[in-house]
Design a protein around this ligand. Structure first.
Ligand code: GAP
Length: 517
């Protein structure tokens, strides 16, 4: 290792390329309409010493709005409205190229924490379609509904409990249809249709949220419909016995799964917050009856720490305990995130569900789901401690938490997504300093190929370096790597840090070996 390389290790900022006081002083490479560089003379042999792209950072903007996040998400290919060329579908979204990477990275971080790092948890990927009786056993066919009323003038449907909430009246989710109608009637005069302004609504009816399919039904009679999953967790309960009999597990053990859920939400809204198709990441820990309290507290702590580990700011998280527990639950807490424009709302539920789920499935399926302790021969129905996280909501939280607008010293603004490097859709962006220098382009391609073996990388030779940095800031790329004429001599590159905008010279070998600290 040369002395210069050694000093790079001990003093990470050595070799920083001076930032200009004003980017307009920089000789820029501009591009003609056909992408041919026009502003830089072919003889310009710029090296790292003259690679100046951006002034230092200064102020950070106040908290963003949901509109800012939605607009960036669409503009930069994170999330699109589902079927948008046909006018879109309410409550359905597609994840674009960067969104798919970010979503996958969140899932990987979750799977690592909940399967690989916990020796008594195993993973599962159950089928979405399930026997129709599953949803009878779970209570979804009879009780999984929201109170709906319809505007008689424009047919807009409202979720009555949410409308009552807006005027400060809490409608308990356990209320009967008659009780809800009474409460609604007492307050009708205070509720207006958001679309036409009328106050003429139908009576309230309980609207079941399960989505039906005609899988395997060739009669067209819809007699015993097969449902799309109303929640992902049922797949875990159904496979509890299979896992017990086939994997080397004993109580207490957990099963973790990421799977889709579908709900016929009456008024899907707030971007990914309330959608009709979404993904849930669930864990179910099977414990001995009454040995739930300590494990429940541990799970709560683990889940809180996970959000901090993926880079969510602690001040944007809070706990909320459920006041009205369902009859079988022993305790229930939500982790809430402080969403821009919306305020604190649920991202994950952590529920102590006693033996309800397995008892119900035992009753409806006729299969014995009890557990026999191999040592004590004790036989019991395990209790279940559940964590259920909505991936769309966490995606939104990660995006909102990372989003910043910063005013640079020059007065220019940059939008930057400060994701943790492990979550960032692209880890390295690789730039040849000049597009019209084949030797720089070839070297940049070589570096790109090497880094791509391990990471998602992007190659960009378009526009001046400052613009390329801005593009990568907007998608949250933590590291930009520029190949210049010095690289050809010393095999080192300029590594630019997204958050500080600091630059340092780094030997290519160290980049490839992940030896940057
Ligand atoms: N198995 C438990 C269960 O499904 P839930 O509170 O209905 O519980 C768990 O859902 C999580 O799923 C919620 O905390 C939320 O993050 C997410 N979620 C629920 N409904 C959703 C919807 N319509 N759109 C997006 N995410 C949703």
């Amino acid at each position: 290792m040369s002395d210069k390389q050694k000093s790079d290790v001990s003093k990470p900022n050595l070799g920083k390329i001076p930032e200009p006081p004003n980017p307009s002083e920089e000789p820029r490479t501009t591009f003609s309409a056909v992408g041919v560089p026009t502003g830089t003379p072919p003889s310009d042999k710029r090296t790292s010493e003259s690679l100046r792209d951006e002034p230092g950072r200064s102020e950070v903007s106040p908290k963003s709005s949901l509109e800012d996040i939605v607009s960036l998400a669409k503009r930069r290919g994170f999330v699109y409205q589902g079927s948008d060329i046909y006018g879109g579908m309410a409550g359905i979204y597609d994840f674009g190229p960067y969104g798919a990477e970010l979503l996958n990275n969140i899932k990987k971080a979750w799977w690592k924490a909940n399967v690989y790092r916990k020796d008594n948890y195993v993973g599962l990927d159950s089928a979405m379609f399930k026997h129709p009786k599953v949803w009878d056993a779970s209570g979804h066919t009879s009780g999984f509904s929201d109170p709906l009323a319809e505007c008689k003038k424009c047919n807009t449907r409202i979720r009555v409990d949410k409308e009552l909430e807006k005027i400060g009246i809490a409608a308990d989710e356990k209320m009967s249809e008659a009780e809800l109608n009474k409460l609604f009637d007492e307050n009708r005069d205070k509720i207006k249709c958001a679309k036409c302004g009328e106050q003429d609504f139908s009576a309230v009816r309980a609207f079941n949220l399960l989505v039906k399919s005609n899988l395997g039904d060739f009669t067209g009679k819809d007699e015993e419909p097969v449902y799309l999953p109303g929640e992902a967790s049922q797949g875990i309960y159904l496979n509890y016995k299979n896992v017990l009999n086939s994997a080397r597990v004993k109580i207490p053990f957990g099963i973790a799964q990421i799977n889709k859920a579908f709900r016929n939400e009456i008024s899907p809204r707030n971007f990914l917050f309330r959608t009709r198709e979404f993904e849930q990441a669930d864990t179910e820990l099977f414990v001995k009856p009454n040995e739930n309290k300590e494990a429940y507290e541990q799970i709560k702590q683990d889940r809180w720490s996970w959000y901090l580990d993926i880079g969510i700011k602690e001040e944007n998280l809070r706990w909320k305990q459920h006041e009205n527990l369902v009859f079988y639950a022993s305790d229930a807490w939500d982790i809430e995130y402080n969403f821009p424009s919306l305020g604190f709302d649920e991202i994950e539920g952590i529920h102590d569900r006693t033996d309800y789920d397995l008892t119900q499935h035992m009753k409806f399926s006729g299969t014995d789901l009890s557990y026999v302790d191999a040592q004590t021969k004790e036989k019991y129905i395990p209790w279940i401690l559940e964590t259920s996280m909505g991936l769309g909501r966490v995606f939104m939280a990660v995006l909102s938490d990372a989003y910043q607008i910063e005013t640079m010293e020059s007065g220019d603004q940059r939008t930057v997504l400060k994701f943790k490097p492990e979550l960032a859709p692209v880890r390295y962006a690789v730039f040849p300093l000049l597009k019209n220098k084949p030797e720089l382009v070839a070297k940049a391609r070589e570096v790109y190929e090497k880094l791509s073996e391990k990471y998602v990388c992007e190659f960009d030779d378009n526009g001046n370096i400052g613009k390329r940095y801005r593009r990568q800031d907007e998608i949250g790329t933590p590291y930009c790597v520029t190949i210049d004429f010095d690289t050809l001599d010393d095999d080192s590159v300029t590594l630019r840090d997204r958050d500080t905008t600091d630059q340092k010279r780094v030997e290519i070998g160290r980049l490839v070996r992940d030896d940057l600290l």
